[in-house]
Design a binder for this molecule. Structure first.
Ligand SMILES: Cc1cc2nc3c(=O)[nH]c(=O)nc-3n(C[C@H](O)[C@H](O)[C@H](O)COP(=O)(O)OP(=O)(O)OC[C@H]3O[C@@H](n4cnc5c(N)ncnc54)[C@H](O)[C@@H]3O)c2cc1C
Length: 291
C-alpha cells in the first residue's frame, strides 16, 4: 500500500484527522479541492485558541502543521474511491483506510441577492456570527416551504437581540407559532421577499427592512457522493457513524460529513476522536497474524 490512510477533505475536520494520524506515525495522504464550507466568511468565530482568523488563514496553519508530520497533501478532487484486495484505491493511491471529511454545502433560500451577500452580510448560524451583532436589528429570512425551521431559527436568534424580525417569504404561520414568536419578542412579516440587498430586505409590497445582519435558514447537502460509492449508510444527508466508524470496515467519516450541525471546533474535535479509532483499527490489523 502507498499510504496507511487517505483523508478526503482538507478543511478543519480532515486536517485534524490527518494531524492526529500523522503524529501517530501513520503514512497519510490528504486530498482537498479548496471548498471549505465557510470559505465565503470573513472570520471564523467561536474557535478556542485563535482570535477570529480568516477561514483560509486557519486552514493554512493547519496545512503547515500536517506537513510537519509528513502528511502528503494533494490539491485535487477525488472522483473515485473503491475497495481492492487489502484496502482501497482513492485518488489513484492504494491505502489501507479511508477518512471521509468531505463536508457539506448550503442550499440558500431562493431570494434574489442572498447568494451575493453569503458569508458576510448574510449568514446562517447565530453561534458563529450572533455575538458580533448582538443587541442590533436583525432579520431572519425563512426557507419558503419550511415554516417550522424558520420559526425555530428566529426563536434561537432572539437570544442575541430584542430586535429580530422573521420574514417567512410567503409562508403562513399557525396561531401557536405566532404566539411563541410574540412571546420571544420577534416581529413577523409573511409577505414574499422581493430581494435582499446587503443587509436590507425588500418586501414584495415595496417596504424595506434595514438590519445589521441578515440570517437565513439553509438546507445542507453532502459535498461528495464518495460515501455512497464505498457502500456507507447515509441517513438524512449524514453519513452514519459510531465513533467515526461507518458500516464499511476501515472507512470513517468525520466532521460535518457525519454530524451536520457541528461548529468548526466540534468538527475538528470529533475528527481527532475518530482518528484515534482509525489508528487503533490499523494497529489491530498490524498485529493480526503476528501471534
Ligand atoms: C458562511 C459560513 C460561516 C461559518 N462560520 C463559522 C464560524 O464562524 N465558526 C464556526 O465554528 N463554524 C462556522 N461555520 C461552520 C463551519 O464552516 C463548519 O463547521 C466547518 O467548515 C466544518 O468543517 P468540515 O471539515 O466538516 O467540512 P467543510 O468545511 O465543509 O470541508 C470539506 C472539505 O472537503 C473538500 N472536499 C469535498 N469533497 C471532496 C472531494 N471529493 N475531493 C477532495 N476534496 C473534497 C472540500 O473542498 C472542503 O475543503 C460557518 C459555515 C458557513 C457556511
Amino acid at each position: 500500500m502507498d499510504f496507511d490512510v487517505a483523508v478526503v477533505g482538507g478543511s478543519v475536520a480532515g486536517l485534524q484527522a490527518a494531524l492526529t494520524l500523522g503524529r501517530a506515525r501513520r503514512r497519510v495522504v490528504l486530498f482537498d479541492d479548496g471548498r471549505a464550507r465557510n470559505r465565503a466568511a470573513e472570520h471564523v468565530h467561536n474557535y478556542l485558541g485563535v482570535l477570529n482568523p480568516a477561514p483560509g488563514e486557519l486552514l493554512g496553519v493547519g496545512r503547515e502543521q500536517v506537513a510537519a508530520y509528513g502528511v502528503a497533501v494533494r490539491e485535487s478532487r477525488v472522483t473515485d474511491a473503491r475497495a481492492v484486495d487489502g484496502g482501497f484505491v482513492v485518488g489513484g493511491e492504494r491505502v489501507r483506510a479511508v477518512v471521509l471529511a468531505t463536508g457539506l454545502w448550503d442550499e440558500l433560500p431562493e431570494v434574489p441577492g442572498i447568494a451575493d451577500g453569503w458569508g458576510r452580510s448574510v449568514v446562517a448560524c447565530p453561534h458563529c456570527h450572533g455575538w458580533e451583532v448582538r443587541d442590533q436589528p436583525l432579520v431572519q429570512v425563512g426557507m419558503r416551504g419550511f415554516p417550522e425551521r424558520s420559526v425555530a431559527r428566529a426563536l434561537l436568534l432572539s437570544r442575541w437581540s430584542d430586535e429580530v424580525v422573521l420574514c417567512t417569504d410567503g409562508d403562513e404561520l399557525t396561531s401557536e407559532q405566532l404566539q411563541r414568536l410574540a412571546a420571544a419578542g420577534v416581529g413577523v412579516r409573511c409577505e414574499r421577499i422581493a430581494e435582499v440587498r446587503g443587509t436590507e430586505v425588500a418586501l414584495a409590497g415595496g417596504e424595506r427592512l434595514s438590519a445589521r445582519r441578515v440570517f437565513v435558514v439553509v438546507r445542507q447537502h453532502q459535498q461528495s457522493n464518495l460515501a455512497e460509492r464505498l457502500g456507507c449508510e447515509v441517513v438524512d444527508g449524514a453519513v452514519v457513524t459510531v465513533g467515526g466508524r461507518t458500516n464499511v470496515p476501515m472507512v470513517y467519516a468525520v466532521g460535518t460529513t457525519t454530524e451536520p450541525a457541528l461548529l468548526a471546533i466540534g468538527a475538528a474535535g470529533q475528527a481527532s476522536t475518530a482518528a484515534v479509532a482509525v489508528h487503533n483499527d490499523l494497529l489491530d490489523s498490524d498485529l493480526r497474524g503476528r501471534g
